[in-house]
Ligand binder design. Structure first.
Ligand code: NAD
Length: 489
């Protein structure tokens, strides 16, 4: 069986405690590897290494173009080995190989290239200053970044933090999810081969309660970038308040996906299926509440359900598989509890709702549809993070806006309509960080992504993310011959 150490200060090391944990293949239930389990002391070592690398040594002196070049070299190496990373990711978290091969890995590399290019384009401003005074701003790296990442898209979500952080000149300590540390440990090997200086990237695998908590509460960490559940986001904010370090939080969602009678129905069916079943429903922006206008409800739902029945659930490494396993037995059981609550609270289970024929002992679940859902039901309110769709009828724009916005979350929302005026009214009315019109779950390096309400704050990707990894320094210079003499002495 394989084993992995942690990566601190350019060295592969065991945990100070000597502890290890196991990472499983969710498609088979078998152990993928044994991993060194980081705790408080390991985080402390990693933060010290990151601090040293930030304050002195080759990284502190590196030029923006050299940083950009190094990141481009890593990206090229990742392109050369992308199939390896697609397989590692699929084995680690059960994403179908088609999704890692064609979405997660290319998108991760694209993000790295985007920020490699931005390394040389970080600019301050020259401001309109009073006579004989000169004011300008510098955009400087913040320092040591702590990145805490979930298991659903480990490499992609790590890169959303790592690439802008390094492009701006920061150093970083990454705490991958305990379910999926392997791909991140493999990723850091590529940075090491390409020559990233020691201490610039450190990876400390471990549990949230151990390494995660130690990182978010460490007083020598300058910023925490977190993606994960809303519950953990609140704990991280509390922990980060110890030294008032800024946090960016990309949290959960219960995103509405609205189908008007005037939509292109074929496209709405395809896009809505992708919106909820992509990644087995383990997607923060998943369109897990589908609102269908009354006048087309029956015909739309017949056609939609028939298409969903054709989704092929199976071995993630088989290219014909459309849905792989859920991440863990715990997650499978959580989904089952939500299904039971949906039935108990009076929704109609019209498809699925049960485990599907397992490949070996994998954690597979069938694509599931609940109809006759009302907004007060648990399955309409809470994030299930599985392939469970709650369908709600609506009358008109006002009705659906009220229902769609009736949530603590505000990550994403989708609208299907051929009426451009209606589309604009909905864009304005929906309270979400991202609105999709006639599409769902689109992402690109150029486009900022993040939430409102309890889906978090801060924007990853795009130019905006650079603001989260730089500090603005305002500089005043007196150009007069006589210095301002306030006291007349
Ligand atoms: P989680 O919050 O349980 O764990 C996420 C990470 O936080 C893991 O690395 C975990 O070890 C760590 N962690 C747990 N407790 C901690 C603590 N007390 N202190 C510090 N770190 C701690 O979430 P998850 O189950 O891994 O991921 C699923 C959640 O992530 C869903 O709610 C989903 O919506 C969200 N998510 C959001 C986005 C987004 O961009 N908004 C993207 C993907 C996933």
């Amino acid at each position: 069986m394989r084993s992995y150490q942690m990566f601190i200060n350019g060295q592969w090391v065991e945990a100070v405690s000597g502890k290890t944990f196991e990472a499983f293949n969710p498609a088979t239930g078998e152990v993928n590897a044994t991993i060194a389990e980081g705790g408080v002391e390991d985080i402390d070592r990693a933060v010290k290494a990151a601090r040293n690398a930030f304050e002195s040594g080759p990284w502190a002196d590196t030029t923006p173009s050299n940083r950009g070049r190094l990141l481009f070299e890593v990206a090229q190496e990742l392109r050369n080995t992308s199939e390896f990373f697609a397989e590692v990711e699929s084995r680690g978290n059960g994403l179908p190989i088609n999704e890692t091969r064609h979405i997660a890995i290319p998108s991760m590399i694209d993000v790295l290239e985007f920020y490699a290019g931005l390394a040389t384009k970080i600019q301050g401003e020259t401001l309109a200053s009073p006579n004989n005074r000169f004011n300008f701003t510098l955009k400087e790296p913040i320092g040591v970044i702590g990145a805490i990442v979930p298991w659903n898209f480990p490499l992609m979500l790590t890169m959303w933090k790592l690439a802008p952080a390094l492009a701006a000149g920061n150093t970083i300590v990454i705490k991958p999810a305990e379910q999926t540390p392997i791909s991140t440990l493999e990723l850091v090997k590529v940075f090491q081969e390409v020559g990233i200086p020691d201490g610039v990237i450190n990876v400390v695998p471990g549990y949230g309660q151990g390494a995660g908590r130690a990182l978010s509460s460490h007083t020598d960490v300058d910023k925490i970038a977190f993606t994960g559940s809303t519950h953990t986001g609140k704990l991280i904010m509390q922990a980060a308040s110890k030294n008032l370090k800024p946090v960016s939080l990309e949290l959960g969602g219960k995103s509405p996906n609205i189908i008007f009678a005037d939509a292109n129905i074929e496209n709405a069916i395809r896009g809505s299926m992708f919106g909820i079943y992509f990644g087995q429903g383990q997607v923060c922006a998943a369109g897990s509440r589908m609102f269908v206008q009354e006048s087309i409800y029956d015909t739309f739902m017949d056609a939609f359900t028939n298409k969903v029945k054709t989704i092929k659930v199976g071995d993630p490494l088989d290219p014909s598989t459309q849905m792989g396993p859920q991440i863990s037995l715990q997650q499978l059981e959580r989904i089952e509890k939500y299904v039971a609550s949906g039935i108990e609270e009076g929704a109609t289970l019209s498809l699925g709702g049960k485990r599907s024929a397992p490949v070996n002992n994998g954690y597979f679940f069938t694509p599931t549809i609940f109809e006759d859902v009302t907004t007060d039901m648990t399955i309409a309110k809470e994030e299930i993070f599985g392939p469970v769709l709650s369908v709600i009828r609506f009358k008109d724009e006002q009705d659906v806006l009220e229902k769609a916005n009736d949530t603590i979350y505000g990550l994403a929302a989708g609208v299907w309509t051929e009426n451009v005026k209606r589309a604009h009214r909905m864009i304005k009315g929906l309270k979400a960080g991202t609105v999709y019109v006639n599409t769902f779950s689109m992402l690109d390096s150029v486009s900022p992504f993040g939430g409102t309400k309890q889906s978090g704050f801060g924007r990853e990707l795009g130019f905006q993310a650079m603001d989260m990894y730089t500090e603005t320094k305002s500089v005043w210079m007196d150009l007069s011959d006589d210095h301002l003499n306030w006291y007349g002495i």
